[in-house]
Design a protein. Structure first.
Length: 293
């Protein structure tokens, strides 16, 4: 008798496995309609989920709204303080402009390194193989464009004019890997620090400002602008913000990694800066070629 029950249990187990496999196969095959047990299970499960999720989402949304209100309140306080500071800064800037104008009138100086004539231009060509190196704009010699003129967007410097034809110009971007693509720059602070923009880290998407003295103190977040000392670029064009400073391999100089203010990837319109002060030719003593910064 015990042997019979054991065999019976084994038979029931085998039959159950066969039925289960058949049901799984039946449920997995493609069908236009579900069976009524499947529909019942899905409807029941959906109803229970809806019953649980609605109050849960309501409670979660209530607390999220409270958090959003708190964040909005804090952001509003911060923005109000910034607006007050901006108004104060605008007043100070206006006073400095007036003082500067008066001093220049007294000294008889009408032009400075910062002065330039903006020439708007549109990007009309870009080679996919050299996307991060060159762009072509619709202004050329007939518009007064010359080699080495600085080219900017609303957010900052993007490069300089490399070649000029009668009706168009090729602009070399600062993200180009050309080692001769150098720009004289200033890291603004209590004491200005001078360096050269040389090279671009394509992985980090950061500019490299080299030849900074090892003793110079540079902090993260300081602004980098053009120095205007290369006789080509106007002074004060925005380059970017310092994100990291490191020593060179010999420990004699520092290199600042700078996040560009402008977006080198998406460029549609630019401004060519026609410097007002007379330009002089700067000769590279090592190569005998003209350089612009």
């Amino acid at each position: 008798m015990p042997q019979f029950f054991m065999n019976k249990r084994l038979i029931l187990l085998l039959v159950s496995i066969i039925v289960l496999v058949a049901l799984i196969g039946f449920s997995l095959r493609e069908r236009s309609k579900l069976s009524w047990p499947e529909q019942f299970v899905k409807d029941t499960t959906g109803w229970v989920q809806s019953l649980v999720s609605k109050p849960t989402n309501y409670v979660a949304g209530f607390f999220e709204n409270l958090q959003d209100l708190t964040n909005t309140y804090e952001e509003n306080k911060e923005l109000k303080s910034r607006v007050e500071n901006v108004a104060s800064l605008e007043a100070q800037v206006q006073e400095l402009k007036n003082d500067n104008k008066e001093l220049r009138d007294v000294l008889g100086e009408k032009k400075t390194l910062r002065d330039y004539e903006p020439l708007p231009a549109t990007v009309i060509g870009r080679n996919p193989d050299r996307w991060h190196e060159m762009i072509i704009i619709d202004k050329g010699k007939l518009n007064g464009v010359k080699k080495n003129m600085a080219v900017v967007t609303a957010n900052g410097l993007i490069g300089k004019v490399k070649n000029v034809t009668q009706f168009s110009s090729t602009v070399q971007l600062m993200s180009s890997m050309d080692p001769k693509n150098r720009i004289s720059a200033i890291v603004q602070g209590k004491t200005n620090v001078y360096g050269l923009v040389e090279g671009y880290d394509s992985e980090k998407k950061l500019l490299q400002v080299k030849a900074i003295p090892s003793g110079a103190k540079i902090d993260k977040g300081q602004t980098v602008i053009t120095s205007g000392l290369g006789d080509v670029f106007p002074k004060g064009l925005m380059i970017g913000k310092v994100v990291e400073v490191k020593q060179d391999q010999y420990g004699l100089n520092q290199t600042a990694l700078v996040k560009p203010g402008a977006d080198f990837y998406d460029i549609k319109t630019v401004i060519v800066t026609k410097r007002v002060m007379a330009q002089s030719v700067t000769t590279d003593t090592t190569s005998g070629k003209e350089t612009g910064s």
